[in-house]
Design a protein around this ligand. Structure first.
Ligand code: AKB
Length: 313
């Protein structure tokens, strides 16, 4: 067992709830401190209530547990962020500044910062390269692009070892995402397994980069475990799993649930999706620290449906 103490901020969210368990399996239950603004209904292991906009509270937690690694997952996502742009900017940036300062002041050895495909904007090619121009169209994307640059700044100026992935939409059965543009690709499985029709808020052919939760967990910990000298990108690594459109995921579900029906009613999220690339070139992640995704759309569909059937039946 490694001598680490890992603080996960935003532990109740879609990524956090799975990552906490994943990290506990690797490092041991007592080595992972889960935290969120609200206590979850049930939990095992250490859980601390934390409002990450409160820098003193965050630093106190880091000192209390002698934290060696921070995974900062708290953020308002793309679609919800558009409802309250300034509040989103404040929350996304203030929480991150607090993490950066707590890490710097307390010699935390590593920080994980989740970036997003939302850093890309209207001028990106269909396939986003690692060094494509960043002109994000949402306040969430602007905050993630700024966060990436702050990560690079803290690394260069203070030596803080911050590592970051530009996550595509994450598909998981364990918990629901909230407030994102890619959320439809989780919701659709729940509706299909419950025998309901699904009304999609994107157009049928809108292709977006996505990743299955198991691959996302593997990528995250693989990046954090890589030797520091292998980390050549100190802003955010492009990460790809698969790319598909609503009509393709529906067709994949229909292979298992033939009567499943999808209809389309695009809303404001269509514009957000159109500002993002359809595909991601993640060759730097592959070359630098050995990233390889293992899930295809159909393999993910089979597992999602199998797991959700256990939940609903
Ligand atoms: C969102 O849709 O906002 C997120 C993301 C791609 O970062 N899932």
């Amino acid at each position: 067992m490694k001598s680490e103490c890992i603080l996960v901020i935003g532990a109740n969210g879609q990524i956090g709830s799975v990552l906490v368990e994943y990290l506990r399996e690797i490092y041991g239950t007592g080595k992972v401190v889960a935290s969120d603004i609200r206590m979850p209904e049930e939990h095992h292991g250490i859980f601390e209530k934390l409002d990450a906009t409160d820098g003193n509270a965050l630093s106190a937690l880091v000192r209390k547990y002698k934290v060696t690694q921070i995974y900062h997952l708290a953020a308002i996502l793309s679609a919800k962020g558009e409802q309250e742009p300034l509040k989103t900017w404040h929350i996304n940036m203030q929480t991150y500044f607090n993490v950066l300062e707590a890490a710097r002041e307390n010699q935390v050895s590593k920080v994980f910062y989740p970036s997003s495909i939302a850093v890309f904007g209207d001028n990106v090619d269909t396939k986003a390269e690692q060094w494509s121009y960043l002109d994000p169209a949402t306040v969430y994307g602007i905050s993630k692009a700024a966060g990436e640059n702050w990560s690079n700044y803290y690394f260069k100026r203070y030596g803080t070892d911050i590592r970051s992935l530009r996550y595509p939409g994450i598909i998981s059965y364990q918990s629901m995402p909230g407030g994102g543009t890619t959320d439809y690709a989780v919701d659709i499985y729940h509706k299909a397994v419950k025998g309901e029709d699904f009304e999609c808020f994107l157009k049928p052919e809108t292709t977006l980069p996505m990743i299955y939760i198991s691959d996302a967990m593997d990528a995250t910990v693989r990046l954090m475990e890589a030797p520091a000298e292998k980390i050549a990108v100190r802003t955010g690594y492009n990460l790809a799993g698969m790319s598909f459109s609503p009509q393709e995921i529906a067709a994949s579900i229909q292979k298992v649930i033939p009567h499943f029906n999808i209809t389309y009613k695009p809303d404001f999220r269509q514009q957000i999706a159109e500002s993002w690339p359809a595909e991601i070139d993640d060759s730097h992640a592959r070359k630098d620290w050995g990233w390889r995704p293992t899930y295809t759309l159909d393999k993910m569909t089979e597992e999602m449906i199998k797991e959700l059937r256990k939940k609903y039946q």
